[in-house]
Structures are given as structure tokens and as C-alpha cells.
Design a protein around this ligand. Sequence first.
Ligand code: ADP
Length: 262
Amino acid sequence: TSEVLRQAQKMEAVGQLTGGIAHDFNNMLSVIIGSLDLLGRRLPDGEARLRRYAENAMEGARRAATLTHRLLAFSRQQPLNPQAVDLNKLVSGMSELMRRTLSGNIRLETVLGGGLWSCSVDANQLENVIVNLAVNARDAMPDGGRLTIETQNAHLDDRYAAADIGIVPGQYVLVAVTDTGTGMSPEVMAKAFDPFFTTKEIGKGTGLGLSQVYGFVKQSEGHVKIYSEPGRGTSVKIYLPRLVGEHDVTDQIAAALPELTD
Ligand code: ADP
């Protein structure tokens, strides 16, 4: 658990720092983007080249704004808004978004578990997390491959907890994102969750994707684990606590089933 603590402290320190910087940059970028927009509109029709300069500047400013938004999301300026989530529905609803995220040479496979429990999480943030994992998977498969998204009910028992740091035994809903890409060396895997750790070239990676995933999962009182083998691929498994109570739709359906089959 000292490893979990160390990671949490690091996340908090970096989060506060980046949050402050990102906030100020965001304000400056709003001024730049607003002014460029005005400039573009006021340019006379004949000025094609000037218009292109303005568009290039705008494009750069927009990319910078995307980065500051990611930094702000990472530093957790916005609180989580947990609700009862049907993970199968959430994953099915993402197929269009996935198609746009992945390149044509990557085959997407979804394996949805039957009788899946609900979980209590922020649905938007969970979508972001799955997109982050899909982007990483895509980047790890430049020559194409297969991306699998799998959901499943999972019991983590004491034995599992004993073998793994920070695991709380109990019932979870598992979502696993698996690729057939490059995989990670043990050195990369050890640092993968660290904020700003990236092996990607400048402009392509921020090193915030997995630390965002880690932050979300910890705030949701879940667990995340990476399995990876160089040359074979990577699987990121996220365990989210099962939602129990009157809002658990799948339980209600299961309870009603014997009557239906009678
Ligand atoms: P980024 O994607 O911006 O580099 P991340 O925090 O998402 O930041 O990932 C950190 C690093 O972990 C990546 O640069 C890459 O080296 C490694 N990594 C993450 N996901 C995968 C994956 N699916 N396959 C191989 N390596 C990965």
C-alpha cells in the first residue's frame, strides 16, 4: 500500500501544479483564439494567403487548448458525478466514437458479459477513460491488429487481495481493454501510470492518459491493473465496485426471472 500512497501523493502534487498553470494558459488561449477568429472574419475575400496564416495560428491555438483541457481534467478541477451505470450499454453506445478513434486497420471486438451488475461511476469520465485506453491501443498497433473491449462480473477474493497491492476484496464489474500491439517492457510498465511519462514523440503523447485512468479508478474506489508482454500486446483491466441497492436494475430483472419462466 505504500506504493499506492506514493502514487496518490505524486498525483496530488502534480495535479495542483498543473491545474494552476492550465487554468492561466486557458485564459490566455481564449484571448488568442477569440482574436484570431475576429481577424479571420475581417480579412477581405482576396487575402487567401493571410487567411491561411490565420487558420494555421488558429489550428495551433486549438491544439494547445485541447492540451490545457486535458491538464484541467487531470488535475480534477471538476468533481465526479457518480450515477448507476450499465456498462454494457455504455460500451455499446461508444461504437461510433470508437470507429472515429481507431484507424481502419484495427478490428474492434466487444465481448459483453451476461447478467452484468451495475456500477456507480461518472459515466462521462468512464467514457473518457475507455477512449484513453483505445487511443493507447491504437498507437501500439501502427500496423493494425485487434482491440477487444470486454465486460464481466468479477469476485475479487482475499487470495487475490493478498497477492496484489491495494485490492479490496468484493464484487466488481470488470472492463478490460486488450490490444495485440507492441506491448510494454517492464521498465515502461513500472512508470506507465506516472503523470507525464510518455514514450511517444513530442506533440503525440502527453503522458497523462494512464494517470487520468488511475485517478478516475481510485476516486471510484476501483482497481486498475496492466498486463503486458512485449511483442504480444497489452491488457488494461479496470474493476469498478458493484452497485448494490434498489437501483440495481439487473438484480431486479434476475429476481423477476423465475416468475417469468414459470
Ligand atoms: P501517452 O499515451 O500520452 O504517452 P499514457 O499515460 O496514456 O500517455 O501512456 C504512457 C506510456 O505507456 C505510453 O507512452 C506508452 O509507452 C505506454 N503505453 C500505454 N498504453 C500502452 C499500450 N496499450 N501498449 C503499449 N504501450 C502502452
